[in-house]
Every structure is written in structure tokens, then in C-alpha cells.
Design a protein around this ligand. Structure first.
Ligand code: 4AD
Ligand code: MG
Length: 477
């Protein structure tokens, strides 16, 4: 007999005879009431056991975490809290779970503890909800771009280039690291390596994506990216997923419009599909905030915050305006910032970004026209000769969620910039070809998928929105 998903049983419009459900026991009360969850929804189905006619041996094995199969009629529930329940006629233990040692007890666990048990935390309500939302958000990303006719491009994971020029890369090699072949001057000889050159895990698919945009018009990537930056923060992962659209003939304003529309679409889509999960996470958050001092609590509940992003335009502010605001703000004057903003040209830290978004503008902000020397080599130089057509989108509680730009399409200007930064023209000959042959204005951006999931779920640590986080000193599982 084929089992029916709990979600479908709970959504049934009538009572049903002889249904089968399979899942994991969340709780078992009074030797009678099983709360069964199968991951299809945050909601459990109540299964009522006829304990008088069930062997004591079997009842003992209905423990939290056990996998079971129940068969019986779906009937109207006499208890409060659910419309339907299963009146169990047949119960089978599929996999026992020793209640003494099963780590996911029916009580509140700390997020730290759950991280150490990432293989089991997905059996909790919160992580089930987060991972379902993550899945729906991924689909929303594809829906958005596919409906608009963008081509999905799988850019390489192993590359020879450092797209961001930041040098924060994981090396890929097949050489024996204890005794690699060396050149005459003692350096590792990568000519003898698997690819005959130095390679690394990609930090971004942008450069390859640009070449496709210059043929297919509008493309997007959605894949894993890797950064060996030693940032042990609640916003950084060493392995994260990035979405990178790239569009020929778009300028920076078009790029901002696209990013804003895209983010609003995927949030709306997820709100429409994941109501129960979001409501659960909202409740969890409210509960958690009760223990915080009033000043540290969020001004809006989760759904209100998401609606706010849908209903309000993102505020567009130039870097220069932002610096003026930051220089004159109270935390800067009172030296409350770790990095004091003294002059134009300063790189913005997350404390500054969050001040602008959370305290000053109180809405998502798009900062644009950054100083050239704090941004990547491929961004288009403005007429002023000192700023580039860059944009970062800053979100409340998150900081930077998107980084993007209009690209430098002028061959000579690009080459000059690469020379100044010591970026090899020989290595990037293929990238330069896009500017040699049929170059045109084009723009794109990268959205950190986990930062989006953070925002939508209201979680505060990026380790809690990816199944198995990779961070400095941590690659368990
Ligand atoms: O700002 P970034 O470094 O931009 C790029 O990689 C460009 N090539 C994108 C483009 O224009 N196509 O990264 C883009 C986004 C950031 O805004 C942030 O959301 C996310 O990627 N990100 C990270 N997320 C998690 N952990 C990290 N270590 C991240 N580094 C960047
Ligand atoms: Mg960035």
C-alpha cells in the first residue's frame, strides 16, 4: 500500500478510509497519542493508538525519533488542535530510536548544539521549516529568471582565474603536497599538475557568465562558490551558493531595477508557498526575543518585515552621500564604531552598512558609485575618474546581500586597470576577447543565497540556513 504524505492527509477535505502514513515520531503521550511528522509540512498528524489492544512491547518502541508506519481511517479529531487524525488499526515499527540517547529530544535545544548535530537537526520543527523554505526559494530563483527568458549557465567550479581579484581561493591540485615537483628556482611546478596550471575553486562565476551574456543576452548562474577568507562571522561561509545574473545592454540603473524586482519576486513567491513554515519561524523568533532587552528586539515581526520589503522601494543612495551621513552620525562622533569614518574613500564595514539600513534609512538600501580603489577591477569607471558604477544592496539584519556593477566594456580602460592591479592579461585573454569583439554595455550582480535565506527565515547565523556549513576549522559531515 502506498503511503500518503502527512501534508495531504491534513489538507484532506473529507474523512478517508484505510490510509497509510509513514514518518518519525515526534512525541508519544498517554500511551495513546502519537505526533507523527514526515517532513512534508511543519504540522504533525495525530495518530491515536488503541493501547488496550496493542502489545506492551510495541507501545514501548514508539519513542521520539522512531520511524513508524501507521494504517487506519482518517477521522475527524475529537481533540482540539487538529481537524483530522488517524485512528490506528495497524502500527509497524520501521526503525527503533533509543529515547535515552537520541539527541533530538522534544525540548528546546541551543542552536550551537543543533549545529553539532546538523545531520539530525533537520528533524526539528525549526530546521525542517528552514530547509523547506530554502528549497522553495531556490525554485523561485529559477522561476523568476526562466519566466523572463534568462538562460541558466553552469559556470565551472574549478577555474584558473580569481574573478574577484581578492586572492581568497582554495587551491585545487593533484600534486603530492609533501613533495611536489619544483621548477629550477624552487617554486612548485604546476606545469606538472593535473591541469598543467594553477587552479582553484571558483569564487564567482561572473567572468565566465559575462562571456555568455555577450552571446545569449541575459543569463544567470546559481551554484556553489568558495572563499578561503578567514572570516568567522555570522554572515560568512567558506562554501556558499551564489546567484549571478548578467545582462547585455543593461546599465547600472537597469541592474538595480532587476535586483530589486528579483528579490521582491522570490520573497513574495516564498510567502505564498511557505505560510505555515514562516508563521512557525515568526513565532519562534518572538519567543526568542522575549529574553532580550527591549532595545535589542526587532521592530517588526517576521512577516511584517517581509511585507515591508515587498511594499517599499529600496532607497538608492550614492557612496558619497552615505559617507556624509556616516561621518556626521552619533556613533561615529562618539567613536562607537570600531572603524571610524574620517574621509571619503573609506571602505564600509558591516557596522556602517547596518547603521545606514537599520538606524538611518530603516529600509533596504542600494549604495552605488563606490570609490574605484575599494572595488574589483572589472567595474566601469565613471566620468569623474575616481568612482565606479558599483552597487551593493544592504538589508536590515544582514548588511550586504547583493554586490554588483556595470562592467567596464572599454577594452583600453579595462586593460589599463588590470595592468595597474597586476592582473595578468595573458591569463584573462578570453575575458578580454568579450571587449575585443562586439563589446557592449552590460551589467550584473551576485546575490548570496544564504544571506537571502537568513533574511527570509529571520535566522541570525548563516550556519543555520545551509544544510552542512563550511566555516574556518569546521568541515564536519
Ligand atoms: O560582493 P561579492 O564578492 O561579488 C561578487 O562575487 C561578484 N562577482 C558578483 C557579480 O557581480 N556577479 O559577492 C556577492 C554576494 C555578496 O553580496 C554576499 O551576499 C555573498 O555574495 N557573499 C557571501 N555569502 C556568504 N559567505 C561569504 N563568505 C560571502 N561572500 C560573499
Ligand atoms: Mg561585495
Amino acid at each position: 500500500m502506498k503511503h500518503t504524505r502527512v501534508k495531504d492527509l491534513l489538507n484532506s477535505t473529507t474523512i478517508l478510509q484505510g490510509v497509510n502514513a509513514k514518518g518519525w515520531v515526534r512525541t508519544f503521550r498517554n500511551n495513546q497519542f502519537i505526533a507523527l511528522n514526515d517532513g512534508s509540512t511543519i504540522n504533525n498528524i495525530q495518530c491515536v493508538v488503541d493501547f488496550e489492544n496493542t502489545p506492551e512491547e510495541t507501545l514501548k518502541r514508539i519513542t521520539t525519533g522512531a520511524a513508524i508506519s501507521v494504517t487506519g481511517d482518517l477521522v475527524e479529531s475529537k481533540g482540539a488542535g487538529q481537524k483530522y487524525e488517524i485512528k490506528v488499526e495497524k502500527l509497524e515499527i520501521l526503525g527503533d530510536s533509543d529515547a535515552e540517547i537520541f539527541p533530538m529530544q522534544p525540548k528546546k535545544h541551543s542552536l550551537e548544539f543543533l549545529r553539532e548535530n546538523a545531520h539530525l537537526r533537520v528533524r526539528t520543527n525549526a530546521f525542517g521549516a528552514i530547509m523547506r523554505i530554502r528549497s522553495v526559494l531556490s525554485f523561485a530563483v529559477h522561476s523568476y529568471f526562466q519566466e523572463k527568458g534568462f538562460v541558466y549557465v553552469n559556470t565551472p567550479i574549478i577555474t584558473g582565474s580569481d574573478a574577484e581579484g581578492a586572492g581568497e581561493m582554495f587551491k585545487v591540485t593533484a600534486l603530492p603536497f609533501d613533495n611536489p615537483p619544483r621548477t629550477e628556482d624552487g617554486k612548485v611546478n604546476y606545469k606538472e599538475d593535473f591541469f598543467g596550471k594553477e587552479t582553484n575553486l571558483t569564487v564567482s562565476g561572473q567572468l565566465e557568465g559575462e562571456t555568455f551574456a555577450m552571446a545569449l543576452g541575459q543569463i544567470y548562474t546559481f551554484g556553489p562558490t568558495f572563499r578561503a577568507e578567514n572570516s568567522n562571522t555570522s554572515r560568512h561561509l567558506a562554501e556558499f551558493w551564489m546567484i549571478e545574473p548578467e545582462v547585455a545592454f543593461n546599465d547600472l540603473n537597469d541592474n538595480m531595477d532587476l535586483a530589486e524586482d528579483f528579490i521582491q519576486f522570490v520573497i513574495k513567491y516564498t510567502m505564498d508557498k511557505c505560510g505555515d513554515d514562516l508563521k512557525f519561524l515568526e513565532g519562534r523568533l518572538l519567543e526568542e526575543e522575549k529574553s532580550k532587552p527591549q532595545a535589542d528586539r526587532s521592530e517588526m515581526a517576521l512577516l511584517e518585515k517581509l511585507n515591508f520589503v515587498l511594499e517599499n522601494n529600496f532607497k538608492r543612495v550614492s557612496y558619497t552621500e552615505a559617507i556624509d551621513i556616516l561621518r556626521d552620525c552619533t556613533p561615529n562622533k562618539k567613536k562607537k564604531f570600531q572603524y571610524i569614518i574620517n574621509e571619503w574613500g573609506a571602505d564600509l564595514q558591516s557596522e556602517h552598512e547596518r547603521y545606514l539600513v537599520e538606524k538611518h534609512f530603516k529600509c533596504p538600501v542600494i549604495l552605488f558609485d563606490y570609490p574605484a580603489n575599494i572595488k574589483a577591477f572589472y567595474m566601469r569607471l565613471n566620468e569623474d575618474g575616481k568612482t565606479v558604477r558599483a552597487m551593493d544592496i544592504l538589508f536590515p539584519g544582514i548588511g550586504e546581500i547583493v554586490g554588483g556593477s556595470q562592467r567596464e566594456e572599454r577594452f583600453d580602460v579595462l586593460v589599463e586597470k588590470m595592468k595597474a592591479l597586476g592582473i595578468s592579461e595573458e591569463e584573462l585573454w578570453w575575458y578580454l576577447d568579450t571587449r575585443r569583439f562586439g563589446s557592449a554595455v552590460h551589467s550584473g550582480f551576485g546575490l548570496g543565497f544564504e544571506r537571502l535565506v537568513l533574511f527570509v527565515t529571520g535566522m541570525t547565523n548563516i550556519r543555520d540556513v545551509i544544510p552542512f556549513p563550511r566555516t574556518p576549522m569546521n568541515a564536519e559531515f
